[in-house]
Design a protein around this ligand. Structure first.
Ligand SMILES: Nc1ncnc2c1ncn2[C@@H]1O[C@H](COP(=O)(O)OP(=O)(O)OP(=O)(O)O)[C@@H](O)[C@H]1O
Ligand SMILES: [Mg+2]
Length: 209
């Protein structure tokens, strides 16, 4: 499975979800490659901060040719996660063309919901070439028991892309784990953050099957 984690909106959780998704698939025994397609190199920074043994490989490929290079670079891996860049449209477009499924993190805020229009448009354009391209929203940084948390699903329904049932809550552990180059399950194995990431991974696998 090749997953493009994309949204031109900055700071929505692309890197956070990419590294944690890669890690959760890797502990299940899959060979996982994370492609950092962001010139900021945040996933590479995450890997560099890590003291422990790597769970999966990370390569930097902030070029609009990911879709052409992926079959070669991705050889021997079961799953490839592409951590997309904010803004840069040609890089996002290439990552979309490389992917089987595009996972779009959105925060439960009206700005994020409006801004998602950009990535929805890119996916729509890519469908001309890739009829079977799949895409899915995932709500990130949900704040438990708030009206905005509940309304976001309704607001996203205005787009022709489905939203996952699973969502990820706002939790400090995501930033704390990242600071050490760790996945949340490595900090708190049976904690709620790890469980949410696992649920996202399971739903994603079912969606692409
Ligand atoms: N569920 C969460 N709970 C708490 N903090 C989070 C959560 N998701 C992301 N963050 C924090 O929000 C910030 C932005 O997240 P992240 O870097 O993953 O977003 P991004 O979409 O990759 O950003 P960019 O567009 O700059 O690449 C980070 O400081 C991260 O630790
Ligand atoms: Mg990022």
């Amino acid at each position: 499975m090749i997953v493009g984690v994309l949204n031109q909106k900055g700071g929505v959780g692309k890197t956070t979800l990419s590294v944690n998704l890669a890690a959760t698939l890797a502990v299940e025994g899959a060979r996982v490659l994370l492609i950092d397609a962001d010139p900021q190199g945040s996933a590479l920074d995450w890997a560099a901060a890590r003291q422990s043994e790597p769970l999966f490989s990370v390569v930097g490929l902030p070029r609009p040719t990911v879709h052409k290079e992926i079959s070669q670079i991705g050889q021997g891996y079961d799953h490839i996660i592409i951590d997309g860049p904010p803004r840069v449209t040609d890089l996002a477009r290439s990552a979309i063309m490389a992917a089987d499924v595009v996972l779009i993190p959105v925060q439960p805020s009206p700005y994020d919901i409006w801004a998602a229009e950009e990535v929805v448009k890119l996916i729509d354009e890519a469908r001309v070439y890739k009829e079977n391209l799949k895409s899915l929203f995932v709500v990130n940084r949900k704040i438990a028991n708030t009206a905005i948390g509940r309304d976001v699903g309704e607001a996203l329904a205005a787009y022709p892309i489905p939203a996952m049932n699973a969502s990820v809550t706002q939790r400090v552990i995501f930033a704390e784990a990242a600071a050490q180059g760790l996945a949340v399950h490595e900090v708190d194995k049976d904690g709620p953050a790890a469980a949410e990431i696992k649920a996202v991974a399971i739903e994603l696998m079912e969606f692409v099957r």
